[in-house]
Each structure stands twice: as structure tokens, then as C-alpha cells.
Design a protein around this ligand. Sequence first.
Ligand code: SAM
Length: 238
Amino acid sequence: MAENEQATSALTALQRQRAIQEAITHLFAPEDEGLRHALSAAKTGGLPEIQISPLEGKLLQFLAVTCNARKILEIGSLAGYSGIWLARALPPDGKLITLEINPHHADIVRQSFAWAGVNERAEVRVGNALDLLPTLQDEAPFDLIFIDADKAPYPSYLQWALRLSRPGSIIVADNCVRGGEGLRPPEQLQDEGNIGIATFNQQVASNPRLLSLALVIDDGFMDGFTIAVVRPDTDDSK
Ligand code: SAM
């Protein structure tokens, strides 16, 4: 195949991939006014557009319902977009706690939750997650824990997720593929965020208490979630 034919066919494959992803989103994960409002509030508030995709939101809901989640913990709220997806998977007496270091982000999260009608079961707590996580022990276990904050401490977030979960809990972390960087041996990496993610992936994959998988689902199948379930035959004390 000539070079320009190859380039054209690669472009066509990419376009088809995108069209398929859009069609799946349209059919299975359409955004309503509440979700759209969280996105526009983030934009107006000058927040970066680094929220999860609608497909990831739907997958979070799917996982939450699968593990019968009544209590969910999120690390990294931004403007509340993923929090809305998660809170909507909870029963009326369920609870989402989301941790956010930036008070300006937290203000927008509160408005987004109110707009989306989930503020009765979704609460944002402000502070560094590594300081807040030890304060949550009385409220544990959480049925689902979603990690989506700064990347370097992902291994510490994993240790807390294990401490604050129960057998059957699901642990999800975003940005775990990063174009393949997250799957490389950490000692070959320079960027501390990538090192955090690669170390996290190694620890999740090798932990006998966890059944786990990385899924490419975002950014043109270049990034996505690592998901893990705490095996039902294990307990926190091990
Ligand atoms: N989960 C959000 C969503 O999809 O809608 C996106 C979260 S965004 C990728 C990461 C957020 O984590 C930012 O709002 C940032 O301020 C917050 N964050 C970063 N480091 C943090 C820390 N150490 N503790 C708590 N929050 C942190």
C-alpha cells in the first residue's frame, strides 16, 4: 500500500472508531440537563476539562449497581460530573462522599449536585485526600471507591481504598493507561504521575485480594480505567 493510502486508511479507521464511540454514547450514555450543567459550570468557573467521558460515567453506574452500592467514595471531584453519575446509581438512602482539594472546585461541585438533584445523597469534603482518607474509617466500608485525583499518590490511594473497602467492593481508577505509559515498568519512567499510575497498576494486578483489569475506553482508546473487585473470600485484616 502506498504511504498516502496507508495514511488515508488509518484516518478512516480512526473516524470509524470515533463514530462507533459516539453512537454507543448516544444510545447508552446520553447526558441530561444535570450533567450538561456540571460541564458548563466547570467551563464558566475556569476549571480544566478533565472530567471522565459519558461512557466512563455509565460504566461507573453499572459497576455501582452491580455491587449493590449504598456508600461510594470518590477521590477528586472537579465540578461534580463523575459524582453525578455515581450518585444517581445509589438508592435514595445511599451516600456519595467526594474529596476535593480545591475549595473553588468544591463550590462548583455543590452547585452541580444541587442542579442535578443529588445533593441529598452527595457530599463534597474539602482537603487533601491523603489527610481526609484517615478520617473516613468510621464511615467505611465503601462499596465502590473511584480514584481520580493527582496521579503520583495513586499507590497510597490504593492502600486507603483497600483499608476502606469490604470483600465485594469495587475499586476504579481513571487515567490508568495513558497511551501505554501506565502499563510500563515504573523504573523506566520519568514523569512522577506516570510512575504513580504504573506502580498502582502493578500493585493492583499482583494483589491476591483483587481481581482486576485495565480497560481502554477513553481518548480514542488510549486511556481508561483500571477496575478491581475485592475478592469475596478475603477480609481487611489480611
Ligand atoms: N472525577 C472528576 C470527573 O470526572 O468529573 C474529575 C477529577 S479531576 C481529574 C481531578 C480533581 O482532583 C481536581 O479537581 C483536583 O483539584 C483534585 N485533586 C488533585 N489533587 C488532590 C488531592 N491531593 N486531594 C483531593 N483532591 C485532589
